[in-house]
Design a protein around this ligand. Structure first.
Ligand SMILES: CC(C)(COP(=O)(O)OP(=O)(O)OC[C@H]1O[C@@H](n2cnc3c(N)ncnc32)[C@H](O)[C@@H]1OP(=O)(O)O)[C@@H](O)C(=O)NCCC(=O)NCCS
Length: 159
């Protein structure tokens, strides 16, 4: 039986772990940009939500979303490889989407590395549409696919 997973707001002490995980899970092959200080800035920022998933106290997933006037932007999302495909990513996204809807923000956008077919399939399964490719988006070394979801019709049972 798998451990109980809880989603909660990150604490300052999580910044280092999130930055480390981002480095090898998301930014591999790139100059790391998600330092612990940058994560900490988002933890303290009133317009951002930094969410973590924990199992028996261990951080197994995280997400950072920044909320604007008309749309929210997903900056980071990651789940420990050993815990992937157990619904943690979906739970983190549902939490953020519900928060966005509560705040009256109905458009969520994100970028994902073009070769990251697993994440593209994950977002597609949650109802995100691919809007186009942004050439050289990541430090001129890799391109991104921009994806978005319109929440104005509600979560529609997708997540
Ligand atoms: C992308 C990521 C966050 C998904 O998190 P996860 O917890 O593994 O995803 P879930 O278990 O919630 O999957 C939900 C659904 O997404 C789809 N999905 C998830 N991973 C998939 C994969 N590797 N291939 C195809 N579809 C996938 C499936 O439809 C899945 O539902 P199912 O397991 O019932 O079939 C995770 O794979 C990850 O951390 N990857 C490395 C970091 C990364 O790429 N982050 C995103 C870019 S910032």
């Amino acid at each position: 039986m798998s451990a109980v997973c809880t989603c909660e707001l990150a604490r300052a002490a999580d910044a280092e772990t999130i930055a480390n995980m981002s480095r090898w899970l998301i930014e591999s092959g790139l100059q790391p940009t998600w330092t612990a200080q940058r994560v900490l800035w988002h933890i303290r920022d009133a317009e951002s939500v930094v969410l973590v998933a924990r199992e028996q106290g261990r951080l197994v997933g995280f997400a950072i979303m920044q909320f604007g006037e008309t749309r929210a932007h997903l900056n980071l999302l990651g789940v420990l490889p050993s815990r992937q495909r157990s619904g943690i990513g979906r739970r983190l996204m549902r939490w953020l989407e519900e928060t966005a809807m509560t705040a009256g923000t109905f458009l969520i956008r994100l970028e994902v590395r073009v070769g990251n077919t697993a994440a593209r399939a994950f977002y597609a399964s949650l109802g995100y549409r691919e809007l186009g490719v942004l050439e050289g988006y990541y430090q001129e070394r890799d391109s991104a696919v921009r994806m978005a979801r319109d929440l104005s019709m509600g979560l529609g049972g997708l997540v």
